[in-house]
Design a protein around this ligand. Structure first.
Ligand code: ZN
Length: 388
């Protein structure tokens, strides 16, 4: 049997007055998803464990079948994994943002969306200064960069710069074991920004630290060879650490203008070799963060009209298959950020008996409720019959 997870990042939402009191999922035209639900089952997954932040890293780990309370070890190691940066057991990765400080105020967490080329030159200069001391800087995209230190025994608390916009930054500097080393690097790094050499960036900011996650291979857990189709570093990193093939799709941007058709086509292609594919689509989440109802409706409609027909047609030739469609977390457009609420999911395919639901939304009559979100993988992959 072939298994497809279609992860629609941030798709679920709340009721919105501008949509006549409907949610985005209720308002959007999505005949293909509704048809799959009509012939399949609906339910909910609690993807964020109690006490955790509903980050895409945490929530995607859950949907992929990894218990985040055991396997989540920070955001940066996942990004490092995606970039192919090798991490040993005692190495630590840090997110290194290029930021704009205005005196004692955190003016902008992205150095006002610093240009990618400018950022790259800056990180290169930092690397040339610090690498002789064993401090490695790696350029990412724009303000999102990484720093790695080898053989360190740090244990510290850091703060994401996007959480303290417009606030005094001094009280949010790293604290704890090893923090004085980071403070020293930040201090010494300041000179490279002299004279406005790197646009509006005037400091680096470390956060999101972690060690390499000690994740078992997906194949060990679920007995399947698989692939990940994703443009976003975090998700690609999870795939890499889980031993899944990480697929590049031309034109896949991780934004609202992504190559929807290409993702579906490449996913089908990987199923000729592997039995599981995890397709991640970032567009609804981006629209949610933008606070744009219109873009979010469009994102849902694009997934429905531009991906599902290709997937469903292409899956036919494999005979037995199942598909799980689910967001990782809601990104309500009126909140413009993630919330820790269970997400609506549908399962369709071999061995799945219809449960009477016909409209895929946040108010379906649930046939399943997965309290420990990561157990969705067992339910989806291993139940011989669903709703039998
Ligand atoms: Zn997400």
């Amino acid at each position: 049997m072939k298994f497809v997870v279609l992860l629609t990042d941030g798709m679920s939402d709340h009721k919105i007055e501008a949509l006549g009191g409907k949610t985005v999922m209720q308002y959007a035209k999505k005949p293909n998803m509704d048809k799959l639900l009509t012939e399949g089952v609906g339910g909910f997954i609690k993807t964020t464990p109690e006490g955790y932040y509903p980050g895409s890293d945490i929530c995607n780990l859950s949907v992929m079948g990894y218990d985040p309370t055991i396997y989540y070890s920070g955001r940066s190691p996942l990004e490092a994994g995606s970039q192919g940066i090798e991490l040993g057991k005692s190495d630590m990765a840090f997110r290194c943002n290029l930021v704009t400080l205005d005196g004692e105020i955190m003016d902008d967490f992205s150095a006002h969306h610093i240009d990618a080329k400018v950022a790259q030159a800056c990180i290169k200069e930092l690397d040339s200064i610090f690498r002789p001391e064993g401090i490695e800087f790696y350029p990412g995209v724009g303000y999102r960069n990484l720093m790695v230190m080898r053989n360190v025994d740090f244990d510290m608390k850091t703060t994401p710069p996007h959480d303290i916009m417009g606030q005094g930054w001094k009280k949010y500097l790293p604290t704890g074991r090893g923090s004085e080393k980071l403070l020293d690097i930040m201090q010494r790094a300041k000179s490279v920004f002299d004279g406005g050499k790197y646009a509006r960036a005037n400091s680096i900011w470390f956060w999101g630290e972690g060690r390499k996650p000690d994740m078992p291979l997906f194949k060990e857990l679920y007995g399947l060879n698989g692939s990940v189709v994703a443009a976003v570093d975090l998700i690609r990193g999870i795939g890499r650490f889980g031993g899944l093939d990480v697929i590049d799709v031309p034109g896949a941007t991780g934004f609202i203008d992504t190559n929807f058709e290409g993702k579906a086509e490449y996913a089908l292609k990987t199923l000729e070799k592997n039995d599981y594919v995890f397709i991640h689509v970032e567009a609804p989440d981006e629209a949610g963060h933008m606070g744009s109802v219109e873009e979010k409706v469009k994102a849902v409609e694009n997934i429905d009209s531009r991906m599902l027909p290709i997937l469903m047609e292409g899956l036919k030739k494999f005979g037995e298959f199942r598909i799980l469609i689910t967001p990782d977390h809601p990104t309500p457009v009126l909140k413009r950020t993630h919330v820790a609420e269970p997400v609506p999911a549908i399962i369709y395919g071999t061995g799945v008996k219809p449960d009477g639901n016909t409209t895929y939304d946040e108010f379906m009559k649930p046939t399943f409720f997965i309290e420990n979100g990561y157990r969705i993988a067992d339910y989806f992959l291993k139940s011989a019959v669903i709703n039998g």
